[in-house]
Design a binder for this molecule. Structure first.
Ligand SMILES: Nc1ncnc2c1ncn2[C@@H]1O[C@H](COP(=O)(O)OP(=O)(O)O)[C@@H](O)[C@H]1O
Ligand SMILES: [Mg+2]
Length: 347
């Protein structure tokens, strides 16, 4: 491989500090040609300063500093003219704690980091907006009630307090969802596996919907026995079922059918498949790839748009998969599969 093929800038200095390699990306980032750089002292080729104006090579002193040092972690430095660049260094020694044989420096433009920062900023703006609307309503109603308490009837006061209560619940739910998302995104979502009876879990969810006042004939549960064993995190399975059923009832229409069956997975593995379908409008073809993204919601009836993102995160943390398509009679159909997931001592 040729150094010019690398997307990152590479500058290598030999044991005396003379530049012996200077690739095309390094030229692009520094504005120097390889001919200018090769043979020159590395401090002159890369006159880097930190944001406080300190000369970076004087601070780090790769050739003279601690002999135990193996390099410098990546950090944001400035080139002459104030251009930002991400710089990392590796100190190659002849033997541990020996003199520096080669200094290898990588240079990266800051575009990738800027992009990441931008998407971060967008996320924060969305979250702030999502939190503000319920809080604005809470503030409005409490301020009105405090200022004009005697002028309202008990019924009016009750109505306002019910709205405040619902909005406070929305904020609490949103924060719980955001915490889940941060665990999913940072790979910290813990799966505590236990034997799970998926058919029983589905029936429990349906009963809860009926107990909450939904008509029993809105639900049909079909279980194809026998089912393989399933080791999964029961609370997280509940979260997945809760979200999918709630979506089917709220965004869909007609009968919500939940099917539980065995499913062959890759590598001869067995698994459990759960399909939740409804008879509503379904999800438009062009939006199917987006339903699992954060904050996407298709209609005004939508909640936060985080539910399916979390569902997908949970299913994938179990080693499973989830997909959406169209049910036979037009509604949405979500299908997820979970591998048996037995702990190693039982496999
Ligand atoms: N069963 C369904 N039928 C029609 N649309 C659905 C269904 N489930 C989800 N959707 C669409 O997907 C969007 C995202 O769902 P979700 O991530 O759970 O967010 P939320 O329910 O908070 O809006 C919903 O706003 C809705 O437009
Ligand atoms: Mg939802």
């Amino acid at each position: 491989m040729h150094p010019d093929d690398l997307p990152e800038g590479i500058v290598v200095a030999d044991g005396t500090g003379r530049v012996v390699c200077f690739n095309a990306a390094a030229s692009r980032i520094t504005g120097l040609t390889a001919a200018d750089a090769l043979g020159a002292a590395f401090q002159q080729v890369l006159p880097l300063e930190d944001v406080d104006g300190r000369r970076w090579w004087q601070v780090t002193d790769p050739y003279g500093g601690l002999a135990t040092r193996t390099g410098q972690p990546e950090r944001n430095l400035l080139l002459p003219g104030g251009r930002e660049v991400m710089v990392a260094a590796r100190y190659v020694r002849a033997y541990p704690k020996g003199p520096l044989q080669r200094l290898v420096v990588t240079l990266r433009g800051t575009e990738a980091r800027r992009r990441a920062e931008r998407s971060h900023a967008e996320l924060i703006a969305t979250v702030a907006h999502e939190l503000r609307s319920p809080l604005t309503s809470v503030k409005g109603f409490t301020a009105t009630l405090l200022a004009k308490w005697e002028r309202f009837t008990d019924d009016q006061k009750r109505l306002m307090l019910e709205t405040v209560d619902a909005d406070a619940n929305r904020v609490t739910r949103l924060i719980a969802e955001l915490l889940d998302i941060s665990r999913i995104d940072s790979g910290r979502l813990e799966v505590r596996r236990q034997p799970v009876d998926m058919a029983a879990a589905v029936r429990r969810h349906v009963e809860a919907h009926i107990a909450a006042g939904r008509s029993a004939d809105r639900f049909a549960v079909r279980v194809s026995e026998p089912l393989p064993g399933l080791w999964a995190d029961p609370d997280k399975v509940d979260q997945v079922l809760g979200n999918l059923l709630e979506n089917a009832v709220r965004h869909g229409e007609g009968t919500v059918t939940i099917e539980v069956a065995a499913a062959p997975l890759r590598h001869d593995e067995e698994g459990t498949a759960v399909t939740v379908s409804d008879e509503g409008p379904g999800i438009p073809e062009e939006s199917m790839s987006r339903v699992f993204t954060r904050f996407w919601r298709g209609s005004k009836r939508g909640g936060t748009g985080l539910g399916l993102y979390i569902v997908k995160g949970i299913v994938e943390a179990h080693g499973g998969t989830i997909a959406v398509d169209r049910a036979a009679d037009g509604g949405a159909r979500f299908r997820f599969t979970l591998p048996v997931g037995a702990p190693a001592f039982l496999a």
